[in-house]
Structures are given as C-alpha cells and as structure tokens.
Design a protein around this ligand. Sequence first.
Ligand SMILES: Cc1cc2nc3c(=O)[nH]c(=O)nc-3n(C[C@H](O)[C@H](O)[C@H](O)COP(=O)(O)O)c2cc1C
Length: 196
Amino acid sequence: MKRVGVFYATKEGHAHKVAERVAAALAERTLDVAVHDVSDVDASAVLTQSDAAVIVGSVHLGKHEPQLIAFVKAHRLQLDAIPATFLSVCGEQAGAEQGSTPEARAKSAANVSAQLQTFIDATGWHPRHVRPIAGAFAFTHYNALVRWVMKRIAKREGLPTDTSRDYDFTNWTALDEFSRSLAEELKGSSERASPH
Ligand SMILES: Cc1cc2nc3c(=O)[nH]c(=O)nc-3n(C[C@H](O)[C@H](O)[C@H](O)COP(=O)(O)O)c2cc1C
C-alpha cells in the first residue's frame, strides 16, 4: 500500500484541520496515511518512508510558518524525489474567491501569488501540485489588536467584518474533490523502489 505523509504547520489550527481532512480522503481511498506537525520529532523519519507527501501550511504577515520553511528546506531533495503537493492556507485566497468586488478579488489573487512566490524563493522547492486554500478568520480567538488588524484586512479584501463570530472560508467540497483526484494519481504512480 502506498504511504503518504501529510505534514502541516499551523498557528491557529486551521491548517491542521485541512491536513486531517485531506488525510481522511486519501485514507478512504486505501492509501496508508500518516499526519504529522512538521515540528514532531518523528516527522523527518516519516517523510523518509513516504511514497508521496502533502505539505500544508498557513500564512501570517505574508509568510508561511518558519518551521514549515525549515522542514521543506531540510528535506527538499527527498520532496523532489516523490510526488509532493503544497497546500497554502491563507486569508488572501478567501478574498480571491469570495471578495465582494472584482477589484478586491483580483488584488487578493495577486497577493496569493506573491505569497506563494515568497515561499518558493525561500525554500527553492517547486512542488508538483500547489493549491491555495481559503483559510479561516477566528475573530473571537484573536486578542484585541489582532482582531482590529484582521477586521481591516477583511474589509480590504471585501470579506465580512463582524468580529463577534468566526468565519471558515474553506471550500471543503472542492478540497475533497482535489484529494480524491490526488488519491487516484498517487495510486497510479509507482511505489518507491527500496523496501522500507
Ligand atoms: C495576525 C494574522 C496575520 C495574517 N496575515 C495573513 C497574510 O499576510 N496573508 C494571508 O493570506 N492571510 C493572513 N492571515 C490569515 C490566515 O492565513 C488564516 O487565518 C489562516 O486560516 C490561518 O491558518 P492557521 O489557523 O493554520 O494558522 C493572517 C491571520 C492572522 C491572525
């Protein structure tokens, strides 16, 4: 059975939810899936034994988590040798998909591309699949300053600004669809040559 390592880095928990959802969809399609925070002590060993990898990370202030960048840089040759997918969980993608005006959506889409390019420049990694995923705004969990900043960002992106509730902008149906087609692709690709 093909082994898929799903590795994530998160600040407020949403990228972990995305990682678990992808893992569940892959496992449903008879892949052998392990989910790990990139900071777990055994994450590197699990990657060594994986036939494929899915890397999930969120964006704050234009950048992906430093521990995610460190993990990808440390394992870039391994990632280059197997089918690997990168899912970037971010607020800008929510704006690109759901912003209230064409201008707001276009600006957010440009910001998504810039954030992805910053990640590629920082890691030198060119994943086989790259997919931005609209994240969540956890207004009720932010401190007052972050809530204020995020409300301004939401307004700029043409997203809702009611800070008395949280918003989940992820299109879970589309993510499941993506995971299904990834599972089919991985099942069709050859397994690693060396036994492990
Ligand atoms: C302080 C802060 C800064 C953020 N900065 C960005 C940003 O620069 N670009 C972006 O696309 N999203 C940004 N976001 C939105 C997050 O990417 C989004 O909330 C995501 O779901 C967080 O994922 P996590 O829960 O896995 O950390 C920011 C969120 C917070 C709280």
